[in-house]
Design a protein around this ligand. Structure first.
Ligand SMILES: Cc1ncc(COP(=O)(O)O)c(C=O)c1O
Length: 436
């Protein structure tokens, strides 16, 4: 094949309308702080921290320097039966900010891998306890748990499932928590705790002892920031405890300060058995995810194996990659040194004021938000999602990046945002929606 500079044809873009994109490409060629540069020389403010990854903004020199130095010193070593010092330091730093009972961290390379790893940990835990008959998993409508086979088996998003015919069996799905009668709620809705009783009904239908785990995003992020009703997560925890079911929080978006606390489990005062995480672990600067598990999970699985034998037959070639650990360690140090989780909490009110100020626009169906995460949902026009896709493009050419899923635009500003940055994001969104 002949090489042609700047030919867009060969790259098959993920989750993208490829044919449309290649007619109207949107390339990011630089980034510093809150701003990105497009290939035409325009400046774009990042209202979604990339894909909810970059609370520190772009181009942090300390991260680049740490990765560079790490690659010079030790670029790679097998993570199986060997390790590198950074893995222990990063695991220690993560365990310091997870709930008290969660102190063991397994590294992976993405959010999707963290979910599939958590599924396997659940299976290994029950098997080690002689409860391998717990083969059923519970998820929720409108859930997003990544795109690997385990994750799409748990998925509550039809487009991510319908093409792929062979997924995991034995997954049952609770109702989502968005309530059309309770819109424009800032924070947690008052009503809907009873939706958690879907889990009780599954226990009554299938037998609680057949259910292995419940997977939920504490706030469903990708389907438009569905904040759990008051008491809902607490109720799920209670039902899980009653029936010996593990509770898994997918904190891939919520984790590392997005809700003004280290994790959603702190924000809502509910401790799961297992937490999945990725994205802001490294500020998006290196691909990395992690699964943090309660001490009971780690101990049960490791102690069930014969002494000196491998306990968990799972891992990735790049689990705990030295460069990813270097990025992660640096990012965690910056969060701590610059009190960024507190800064996220302090900016939340201003951000939510700005977001809810868009309520008067005719095209808006609902607005929701919690911490530094919020969504505005547009009234659909034509097929669902078309208006959102157009809005995302128009925002971009108006100098604002906001990730739309379907018709919901999801804001997740970097924690380094000042008030004027929030104002700029909302002004650009208003201008875009007024001429949509
Ligand atoms: C809650 C949740 N879980 C899992 C994932 C998958 O992460 P990744 O795209 O890194 O595989 C995402 C991605 O947005 C997510 O929001």
């Amino acid at each position: 094949m002949q090489y042609q500079a700047n030919d867009l044809e060969q790259h098959w873009l993920p989750f993208t309308a490829n044919r449309e994109f290649k007619n109207d490409p949107r390339l990011i060629v630089g980034g510093e702080g809150l701003y990105m540069k497009d290939h035409k020389g325009g400046t774009v403010i990042d209202g979604s921290s990339g894909l909810f990854c970059c609370p520190l903004g772009h181009g942090r020199k300390e991260i680049a320097e740490a990765v560079y130095q790490q690659l010079l010193e030790n670029d790679y070593a097998s993570p199986f039966m060997l390790s590198t010092p950074g893995t222990f330091e990063l695991a220690n730093r993560v365990a310091r900010i997870t709930p008290d009972s969660i102190n063991h961290v397994f590294f992976v390379n993405s959010g999707s891998e963290s979910v599939d790893t958590a599924l396997k940990m659940v299976m290994a835990y029950h098997r080690a306890r002689g409860e391998g008959h717990r083969t059923r998993f519970v998820s929720r409508e409108r859930a997003y748990h990544g795109v690997n086979i385990g994750g799409i088996s748990l998925s509550g998003m039809v487009k991510n499932r319908e093409t792929f015919s062979s997924v995991m069996p034995n997954v049952v799905t609770m109702r989502h928590t968005w309530n059309p009668d309770e819109t424009f709620v800032r924070g947690q809705p008052e009503h809907g705790v009873e939706l958690a009783d879907d889990l009780t009904r599954f226990c009554e239908t299938y037998g609680g002892t057949t259910i292995a785990a419940v997977f939920v995003e504490p706030i469903a992020g990708s389907t438009g920031v569905l904040v759990p009703p008051k008491g809902y997560l607490e109720r799920l925890r209670e039902i899980c405890d009653e029936h010996g079911i593990l509770l898994v929080f997918d904190e891939v978006i919520c984790g590392f300060g997005r809700l003004g606390y280290a994790f959603a489990s702190d924000a809502f005062g509910v401790t799961p058995d297992i937490m999945t995480m990725a994205k802001a672990l490294t500020n998006g600067a290196q691909p990395m995810g992690a699964v943090a598990v309660g001490d009971h999970i780690y101990k049960t699985i490791t102690e069930a194996a014969p002494e000196n034998a491998i306990e968990f037959f799972h891992g990735y070639t790049y689990s705990g990659h030295p460069a990813a650990c270097a990025a992660g360690i640096t990012v965690q140090k910056i969060y701590e040194k610059e009190n960024l989780f507190e800064k996220s909490a302090a900016m939340s009110d201003y951000f939510l004021d700005g977001l809810f100020s868009l309520r008067d626009l005719d095209c808006i169906k609902d607005i929701r938000g919690f911490g530094m995460m919020g969504a505005l949902e547009l009234k659909a026009k034509g097929a669902p999602g078309l208006r959102g896709t157009q809005a995302q493009k128009d925002c971009f050419w108006n100098g604002l990046h906001v990730k739309f899923t379907g018709d919901a635009g999801i804001f997740a500003p970097p924690f380094i945002s000042e008030k004027e940055h929030i104002d700029e994001m909302m002004d650009k969104m208003r201008k875009t929606l007024e001429s949509l």
